[in-house]
Every structure is written in structure tokens, then in C-alpha cells.
Design a protein around this ligand. Structure first.
Ligand code: ADP
Ligand code: ZN
Length: 707
């Protein structure tokens, strides 16, 4: 069998067959195999490849990327490869065949009227048996007879490529002077076809998308492919509309909800280069680009780029690696860049381009605080009089308002008024969240669901359970009572299940069928709603608790992003933040619109003790079916902890989610000075530790979640 590196093959593995990839031609055993003594496989035990699959070989840049991700995240390379090939390549679609007329003369064959009409209908464009039968009125037996006689021959019906080619000149905008300057900087490394990273920072509504589209256009003009990563697939609908307006064709969209057929089609079109621009979730990094010329990460600060299960990797960081291995430039886009990216700018590794003004003379929204201590809502309600009056005014002016609360459901906690019992998840150490519309209490971590009991399960007091605190369902209830004439739309992952539902919601808002939008973090994303002039943040303090390393940074980013939805067109916008801690640096930064000072303060807090990005961090999450088993393994790991200069181990400690899906969890953190890589330390540390029974260790390099 003639095989080359990158070929996908079907191989026997034990009793089954599975898909594998010819990784390389090499005479040395890969390091991962060599480190395990006795792992070298004797020739006698090797078995032949069963079959070469009918797909293009995985390009070298993708294979090197898979190797890189595997080594960085301490994951077996096969698991990373599986992310790139998990699309049922084996049952490749068979090409459709049709009939064409051959050159052979008709002499010597009896031409019946049925045969005559088939020969008249056939041409050199292949037609399926069904089509030819329909066109000629003859049966399929007649067609087969003519084929046997050599007058018809089978030919492949060529199907149109599934993706039209975007035109870089289609709808080019008139850029402002500032935009044009930045666009030129972004285009340069694209034209020079070299690796380079640029942070594109710009206030919300400054035209960042419009400007990086110029780099996309430059890349298309080079005949190369573009990858654009978005943090959330809900955003892809509006993004796609803008892309079509600019380039006159659809991009290829990639995310985990694509149907099997579309996935396979897209994968192949990326591999053969007919899909020129791919917009997608982080998993699009593992597509087999034939000739990648640009990678864009939009909303680069978003923690949604971090994959928290399976192979734990950060999509933004891996996008930069992907670009480097393809020798292509990367652009990281944000109104509120992450401290990680800013540190790379400061050290000179990344370039920095800035858009300072909103497009078309739109002004930045006016952000002010509602001091909830001085101006509280009525008892049992959550919207302060100041905020309600502002909404009244907005609705009177026939503009749109938005209420933001990053909490799904009706109430985050249900409490018994009689005995104080709290409704807790049986599998996790968390409270159950009430979803009143569905009549249930549910756990947002494991999905456990029960109906809302009428009596307290503890003391059996009747009708004593009360909801504590608001979720957006409860805010919606309050808003309906307070603004009975408003047309309200709720945007959360519960109501925007599919891209189609999202597109419909966006259309309603854009067409002005909605007065008041109420939503969770999904409304914070890059939406452009021209009629929206007021944003009310129901609980600006919500993200600040929990002692997470990035709690303040993340709250600033999220709230600034939400605030940025207001006043993006002619009419100026304003933002009201309901807060009990108005003097907090997060609130100061938002009100003064001064993020530089805030980020400098953040940096000063993290730098001295080597918290990221000034040091490196890895989390070890130990879990087991019982608390004892988890503790035993945690102790064993702690006992073997590395001791050396510049390396520190924190823990073990019970994880904040000490029980999750019925598993008991302990955490350790490994922190090193920036120059010391964590991977070799972890490998050495854990090499003799073999979890037994139900116990397991998960390693999270560069953790974002500390739960
Ligand atoms: P950002 O991504 O920075 O929030 P957008 O790229 O979404 O900003 O731009 C905000 C709005 O302004 C969009 O509707 C966009 O089409 C429009 N816009 C920005 N720059 C231009 C331009 N040069 N010409 C026409 N429209 C523009
Ligand atoms: Zn649970």
C-alpha cells in the first residue's frame, strides 16, 4: 500500500477497526513511546493497515499542531488527533454517477422508439438513471440495455462546491483615516505571509470587525484560507450576515452542533481549499486547512475559549500556536484585552493596534452607578426606582432598553422559611436553581432535576419554601408587571437554543419589534443593535465573589462588553450599574471608562507573587467516588510534590465544588516563575503515581476555572 505521512487509514486494533493517521516517516520511536520502557513494539506484533481512506492527508502543519497541543496539555497525542478526525471519515460519501452518450456509432443495434428517445435525451452532461428515464419516458431496463451495448457510459456527476468563493472587493467599506491606518498594519504580515501577532484593541463600536475584514480580504487575495474564532456559536449568525455583506458569499461555519453531513462536507472543503473562510468555535483549530494564511480570534479575552473538559486547552493561546506552525499571522481582537495578551504586548512579543473612536461619530455610552444602599428597590423587588425611571424614559422615546443579569432561571437558592433548610443538589455541593416556568429545581453543574416541592423536605412545613435572589426569569416577571406595555424578549441559553432561534431574536430586535431585552451573558457579546440606548446591569457585583484570580478582570470585561451594546448608532447610550460596592476599582474603571489604570493595578497585584501572566500555573484536580479515596490520593501527590527554587505547590484543598456529579474533589496548584515550564515538572512529579479504583487526576494547564 502506498502511504505517505498524514494519510488517514483504517487499522485493526484488537477486534475492532478504527481510524488512524500515518504520523511520520521516522526511524526513531517518538519520545512519548520511548519514555515508557518495554513500550517498543516488536515487529512480529505489528499488523497491516486495512485500508487507506479516501480523504486528503492531514497537512504537516496540523500534525505538528496536534503534537504541540498534546505536549503542552500533557494529553496523549491520539486523544488530540481524535478531535481532528472525529467526523466519521470512514463512510465517505460515494460520488454520484450518471449516464453520458458515448462516441460509439448506432450501427448493428436495433433502435426501438424507446431506445431512440433515450439516445435523444442523453448528452455529454451525466444524468442519473431516474432523470434520464423521466426525460425520455423509457424504463431503466432500456437504459441498462443501451449501456450494455456501449452507447451509454457512466460518468461522475460533478456537484457544485458547497462553499462559494468570497470576493475580497465585493462590499469594501470607506474606512476612516484611523481605521485605514490600522487595516494597513494588519494587512502587512498577511501579504508578507509570515507569522506575527497583533492585538487589535478598540472601543466597542469602533469598527474592529470591519477593520480585520480588510486583513481577511488581503488573505483571500493571496489565495489563502482564513480561520476566525468566535467565543460563542450564538454570535455566528450576525457575524455571517456581515460577512456576506462584505464578501458576497457565505463563510463555512464550524461548531459542535453541525449536522453530520454538513460537518463532513465542511471538513473536506477545508482540506481541499474550497472553503476559503471558516468561522467557528475553538474546535475549528483542528480542521485540516490546506493553506492557512490568517487566524483571527474575536473577543480574545473571553474565557469561553478555554475548553474545560477532555483535552483542556485555551483556544486563544492555541490559535497563536496554530498560526505560528502555519507561518501565518494572528490577530487578537478585543475592547477589553486580557492581561495575558497585554503582557505579551508589553514584552514586545505582540504588536498593538488601537481604534480610539466609535464609527460614524457615535459617542461612548455614559456609565453611571446606582447606589443600591441609598436608592434600594422596594422589598422583594430587584429594579431600583432610578433604573425603572430610565427605562420608562427610553420606552417613551421609542428606543430600546436592555436588562442584564448573568444568572439563568428564577432564583439561585430556595430556602425554607420555617427551618432554614436549603435545597441542595444530591450530586454536587451546590444549591439547586429554580426554573419556575418549567416547574423545576435544577443543578447547573450536573443537570439533576426535581419538581419544586410544596412542603419543606426537612421540617415538612407547608408552603414554606421561598426563592432567594433573582435570576432572569424573576427579573422578567418583575419587568412585565412594571412595564406592562413593553414587548419583552428574553435572551439566554435557555431561550436561544439554536442558531435559527438566535437569528430570529436578532431580527426582531433589529426590526424594532422589541422594546426591552432581558438577558444573561449572551447579550454581552458583539451584537450591534442600533436602536438600543439604555443598558441596566441588575447586579454589577455578581462576578466579584469567589476569590477567583481573575474575578475582577472578568467582571470589568463582561460589564464593559454589555455596556458597549448601548448607543452604537446616532442616539447616545447610557448604562446604569446597580451596585452595593460603588467604590470598588471595578466600578471606578467602568464609570471612568479607564481600563488602562485598572489593568495596571491588576498587573501590580499579580506580579510580585508570580500569578499569571507573570508566572505559570497548572491545576491538579483529584477526584474519586469517596472522600477518603480522594484524600488518600491527594496526600500521596502532596507528599511527592517538587521542591525547588521558583516552584511552589499550593494545596491540597477541597475544591470549591467539593462534590461534583457525585465525585469528591481536591485541588492542588503548581505555580512557577515565568521562565520555568510546568510540563516537565508535572511529568516528573506524577510519573510514579498510579491512581487506583475510582480515583483520577486531571491536569489543567493555565487554568481559568478554579471550581
Ligand atoms: P466593533 O467590532 O469594534 O464593536 P463593529 O465592527 O461592529 O465594531 O462596527 C460597529 C458598526 O459600525 C457596524 O455596524 C459596522 O458595520 C459599522 N462600521 C464600522 N466602520 C465602518 C465603516 N468604515 N464604514 C461603514 N460602516 C462601518
Ligand atoms: Zn449537581
Amino acid at each position: 500500500m502506498a502511504l505517505q505521512p498524514g494519510d488517514l487509514v483504517s487499522i485493526p486494533l484488537g477486534k475492532r477497526e478504527t481510524v488512524g493517521c500515518v504520523w511520520d516517516t521516522t526511524s526513531t520511536v517518538p519520545a512519548d513511546f520511548a519514555t515508557a520502557p518495554g513500550r517498543e513494539v516488536p515487529l512480529s506484533r505489528l499488523r497491516p493497515v486495512a485500508e487507506k481512506l479516501d480523504v486528503r492527508p492531514l497537512p504537516g502543519s496540523l500534525r505538528r499542531f496536534i503534537d504541540w497541543v498534546a505536549a503542552y496539555t500533557l494529553t496523549p497525542p491520539g486523544l488530540v488527533l481524535a478531535m481532528a478526525t472525529r467526523i466519521h471519515l470512514k463512510d465517505a460519501p460515494k460520488p454520484a454517477l450518471g449516464w453520458v452518450r458515448t462516441e460509439q456509432p448506432e450501427e448493428g443495434l436495433r433502435i426501438t422508439p424507446a431506445r431512440r428517445s433515450v439516445l435523444n435525451a442523453a448528452s455529454d452532461v451525466p444524468m442519473t438513471t431516474a432523470d434520464l428515464a423521466a426525460a425520455s419516458g423509457a424504463s431503466s431496463a432500456v437504459i441498462r440495455g443501451l449501456a450494455a451495448a456501449g452507447l451509454l457510459r457512466e460518468a461522475v456527476i460533478s456537484v457544485a462546491a458547497p462553499f462559494a468563493t468570497p470576493d475580497p472587493t465585493h462590499g469594501a467599506p470607506q474606512l476612516s483615516e484611523e481605521q485605514a491606518d490600522v487595516a494597513e498594519q494588519l494587512c502587512r504580515p498577511v501579504k508578507e505571509q509570515r507569522f506575527d501577532v497583533t492585538l487589535l484593541e478598540g472601543v466597542t463600536g469602533s469598527g474592529k470587525t470591519e477593520v480585520y475584514f480588510e486583513a481577511v480580504a488581503a488573505c483571500l487575495a493571496q489565495g489563502k484560507q482564513v480561520l476566525v474564532l468566535l467565543p460563542e456559536i450564538a454570535l455566528s449568525a450576525q457575524w455571517t450576515d456581515r460577512f456576506i455583506r462584505r464578501f458576497g458569499a457565505d463563510p463555512a461555519v464550524w461548531h459542535s452542533d453541525l449536522g453530520t453531513k454538513r460537518r463532513r462536507e465542511t471538513w473536506r472543503a477545508v482540506a481541499d481549499g474550497t472553503a476559503r473562510v471558516v468561522v467557528g468555535a475553538r474546535s475549528a483549530l483542528f480542521l485540516p486547512f490546506e493553506d492557512l494564511g490568517l487566524v483571527v480570534v474575536d473577543e480574545e479575552h473571553e474565557s469561553a475559549f478555554k475548553q474545560e473538559e477532555g483535552v483542556m486547552y485555551h483556544g486563544r493561546d492555541m490559535a497563536v500556536v496554530r498560526a505560528r506552525l502555519a507561518n501565518a499571522p494572528a490577530i487578537l481582537v478585543s475592547a477589553t484585552p486580557s492581561l495575558e495578551t497585554l503582557a505579551n504586548v508589553e514584552s514586545g512579543r505582540y504588536h498593538h493596534e488601537l481604534l480610539t473612536a466609535r464609527h460614524g461619530g457615535a459617542t461612548m455610552p455614559d456609565v453611571s452607578l446606582v447606589d443600591m444602599r441609598a436608592d434600594p428597590p422596594e422589598r422583594g423587588l430587584f429594579l431600583s426606582p432610578v433604573l425603572c425611571n430610565a427605562i420608562d424614559e427610553t420606552l417613551k422615546n421609542e428606543e430600546q432598553a436592555m436588562l442584564f443579569l448573568n444568572r439563568r432561571g428564577y432564583a439561585p437558592l430556595t430556602l425554607c422559611r420555617a427551618c432554614g433548610h436549603r435545597m441542595q443538589c444530591p450530586n454536587c455541593s451546590t444549591w439547586l436553581v429554580e426554573h419556575r416556568a418549567r416547574g423545576i429545581l435544577t443543578c447547573h453543574h450536573c443537570g439533576h432535576t426535581e419538581s419544586i416541592p410544596s412542603d419543606c423536605p426537612q421540617c415538612h412545613a407547608e408552603h414554606s419554601l421561598v426563592p432567594i435572589g433573582p435570576g432572569i426569569e424573576r427579573i422578567t416577571e418583575e419587568a412585565k408587571l412594571r412595564f406592562p406595555d413593553a414587548k419583552i424578549l428574553v435572551m439566554s441559553s435557555d431561550t436561544l437554543g439554536s442558531p435559527a432561534a438566535t437569528a430570529e431574536a436578532v431580527r426582531k430586535i433589529t426590526d424594532g419589534e422589541i422594546n426591552l431585552i432581558i438577558g444573561t451573558q449572551i447579550v454581552a457579546k458583539g451584537w450591534h443593535f442600533p436602536k438600543l440606548t439604555l443598558v441596566g446591569v441588575v447586579d454589577a457585583d455578581l462576578g466579584l465573589g469567589g476569590g477567583d484570580l481573575r474575578a475582577a478582570e472578568r467582571t470589568v470585561q463582561l460589564l464593559h462588553q454589555v455596556a458597549g451594546r448601548a448607543g452604537r448608532a446616532e442616539r447616545p447610550g447610557r448604562v446604569l450599574l446597580q451596585s452595593y460596592v460603588g467604590e470598588h476599582p471595578v466600578m471606578t474603571a467602568l464609570v471612568s471608562n479607564d481600563f488602562q489604570t485598572f489593568m495596571e493595578q491588576e498587573a501590580e497585584q499579580r506580579r510580585p507573587s508570580f500569578w499569571p501572566p507573570y508566572g505559570r500555573l497548572a491545576a491538579l484536580i483529584i477526584s474519586a467516588a469517596t472522600a477518603d479515596a480522594a484524600d488518600a490520593l491527594a496526600r500521596e501527590i502532596a507528599f511527592a510534590a517538587p521542591e525547588r527554587e521558583g516552584v511552589q505547590v499550593l494545596g491540597p484543598a477541597p475544591a470549591p465544588l467539593a462534590v461534583l456529579r457525585g465525585r469528591h474533589r481536591r485541588r492542588l496548584l503548581l505555580r512557577t516563575m515565568r521562565g520555568i515550564a510546568v510540563q516537565p515538572i508535572l511529568r516528573d512529579w506524577l510519573k510514579d503515581i498510579k491512581p487506583t479504583g475510582s480515583a483520577r487526576i486531571d491536569i489543567d494547564i493555565d487554568p481559568i476555572s478554579f471550581l
